[in-house]
Design a protein around this ligand. Sequence first.
Ligand code: CTP
Length: 400
Amino acid sequence: MLHGKRILLVIGGGIAAFKSLDLIRRLRERGATVTPVLTRAAEEFVTPLSASALAASKVYRDLFDLTDEAEMGHIELSRAADLIVVAPATADLMAKMAGGHANDLASTLLMATDKRVMIVPAMNVRMWEHPATQRNLATLRGDGILVVGPDEGPMACGEFGPGRMAEVPEIVQAVEAALISGPLTGKRVVVTSGPTHEPIDPVRYIANRSSGAQGTALAAALRDLGADVVFVTGPATVPPPDGVQVVAVETAQQMHDAVLSALPADLAVFAAAVADWRTASQAESKMKKDGSGDVPTLTLTMNPDILAAVAQLDADRRPGLVVGFAAETDDVVSHATAKRARKGCDWIVANDVSAGTGIMGGSENAVTLITQDGAETWERASKDAVARQLAARMAEALGA
Ligand code: CTP
């Protein structure tokens, strides 16, 4: 239920705007207070009077109104809500949001808010698939914006494909999920994930087989417990989760810098498979065979150890709980226990990544959790299940 929750509903100008009127009713039925904001284009599709009547609230419109401003300024309006929902989110609204425009009431509210924002895209299939929209979508996801839909099906314009606004029950469910507070609500968490790529020359790099699956599952599980997650990811093969702030990096050095600038945090989890070494220097142009049959020698140098750097920060900057992973192929517990002591972290989640286990790059994991109290071996389970179990333990350890 949504009792006591305040939702600012920005209605964009699209044929799907009529569904937003039903959305207002359904959100109110569940106890939410809904304040509608209509863009200028939205008024071509729904009237302020119907939005106001259904919401039993004042409707904010795209006309600069001195009375409105005096009663509740746009900054205050953007922050008085628990969640801002943009439905329908047109291609134009998404572009404005991704570009940081603030030239009307809706886009100004979206720029000024300090609350979570959910968009419900709705547009013609070609507009949805257009590279510009997909670029904007990736930017918005990276900014931690929640995205619901679009659905696939016949559209008002006669075409078929993705672009239909999600159905109202699906939107209500997503709103409930976004507003439910969990044990980690108000906690800031940094998660590293994926491999890193260390360039040799402009076309070659050193990498590893990490898919990013475990780090992604963990970030989603921590988000589901209410945490604000900063997800620092190398070039992973699985997409990042919704509703987290994504910082995409390539190299270990970039990951190190991104993690340190994401602090302070309550919890830091290092699931990334960071390359230990990088080439001492990178060739500016592609390295060529010189015809002699000689092969080049790569000279490697150490990468910064991100986990150790964070675990060994002074108490005022160090997250309350620092968790590392250990990818081992033999003597898992003894190597991981030594690793915990060497790096100075609180926990190590150790896994056996030897070839026969299928763990690295696979969908399951078998972990041993090493804490100050010793080693605990868990049953092999899906990476999602392991993530949920780990997230629950982390919440418990933070006293949440
Ligand atoms: N890690 C890190 N920065 C590095 C190397 C590793 O933050 N430069 C983190 C990993 O994210 C993981 C933990 O350290 O949480 C252990 O990674 P692992 O590869 O198992 O250990 P290494 O320190 O690389 O030690 P070794 O390769 O000798 O086993």
